[in-house]
Design a protein around this ligand. Structure first.
Ligand SMILES: NC(=O)c1ccc[n+]([C@@H]2O[C@H](COP(=O)([O-])OP(=O)(O)OC[C@H]3O[C@@H](n4cnc5c(N)ncnc54)[C@H](O)[C@@H]3O)[C@@H](O)[C@H]2O)c1
Length: 299
């Protein structure tokens, strides 16, 4: 799928991975509709990206709002690409430390946003693409966002992992469902990406996270996500695939037991589990603050 002159929608496009993708697609010549919450910086970001970008405010958990925002994208030109980045986590254990069963409501909320939201991105996006003529034998391409947590869910990630594993599971099925419409579906499973939230981390915690990545020893650059999303749209033969974008990281169980790094003394720079930093998933809202609070309590 050539991006020059097409219309693309990017959910969660006001921040982080979505914003980097919107930038990449605009640079490639697409008209991009950023779909994000009314409270987000979507309008500001669209203005910064110039005439090829517009903002459609929507809460994607509201089907009518999501459909209207995709209509806006379809009016900008035949909709041919959807990159679905809106999502978040929640911290719940199956049984909490106090013996109470894990809460149901935050589990349902995360499934609603991450999994049902992705299904809506697929069905509402593809239905619009399916109405258009083919170009170079295809109608469109959809990219969803999972996480390495889909494969290595850590303690406390039961809701997030269930939602992201669901997205991985939907990928091949949706690609098969949409094959007759000439629409491709792929998914990116990022590791630890350097999105704005990570900027809140203390330098030593950030360094420990970087050290946990085998190669390259750093966090992922959102621009690398944007470049992969672009490739998944452009490469005609990529379909039904989930691509890990993670520097070969494999997440530890993170049971919270503080292990001491050899030679680190009584106050290790960060909580370590099996050699990896205690992975409060840094992309979960409030995660850096939680990490910092733990550090403070230990002092
Ligand atoms: N950053 C990481 O390290 C990382 C790692 C793995 C997976 N992910 C996944 O990547 C995606 C993007 O993460 P990010 O780090 O860029 O996060 P981010 O918080 O920077 O951006 C997410 C965007 O989604 C928007 N959003 C949230 N709920 C929404 C809703 N109901 N309707 C519309 N928009 C909504 C937010 O306003 C925000 O602009 C998420 O699905 C996340 O789970 C991120």
């Amino acid at each position: 799928m050539r991006l020059e002159g097409i219309s693309a929608a990017v959910t969660g496009g006001a921040s982080g991975l979505g914003l980097a993708t919107a930038r990449e697609l605009v640079a490639a010549g697409a008209t991009v509709t950023i779909i994000d919450l009314p409270t987000s910086k979507g309008a500001e970001v669209a203005e910064e990206l110039g005439d090829a970008a517009r903002f459609a405010a929507a809460d994607i958990t509201d089907v009518d709002q999501f459909a209207a925002a995709l209509d806006t994208a379809d009016e900008a030109g035949p909709l041919r690409a959807v990159v679905h980045c809106a999502g978040r986590g929640a911290r719940i254990r199956v049984v909490e430390k106090d013996g109470e069963p894990g809460a149901l409501e935050p589990f349902e909320d995360v499934i609603q946003l991450n999994l049902i939201g992705s299904y809506n991105a697929l069905r509402l996006g593809a239905a619009r693409m399916a109405k258009h003529d083919t170009v170079d034998d295809e109608r469109g391409a959809i990219v969803m966002t999972a996480s390495v947590a889909a494969f290595e869910g850590q303690i406390g990630q039961i809701a997030y992992t269930a939602s992201k594993a669901g997205i991985v599971g939907m990928t091949l099925c949706a690609a098969r469902d949409l094959a007759s419409k000439a629409i491709r579906v792929n998914t990116i499973a990022p590791g630890i990406m350097d999105t704005p939230l990570l900027g809140l981390l203390r330098e030593d915690v950030r360094k420990a996270l970087e050290d946990s990545v085998p190669n390259p020893k750093r966090l992922g650059d959102p621009a690398e996500f944007g470049a992969l999303a672009r490739h998944l749209i452009e490469n005609r033969y990529l379909n039904g695939e989930t691509v890990r974008l993670d520097g070969a990281i494999r997440m530890a169980p993170a049971d919270g037991a503080p292990l001491r790094r050899p030679g680190a003394g009584h106050h290790p720079p960060t909580r370590l589990v099996g050699g990896a930093p205690h992975a409060v998933p840094p992309w979960e809202p409030g995660a850096p603050e939680r990490l910092s609070r733990r550090r403070c309590r230990r002092r």
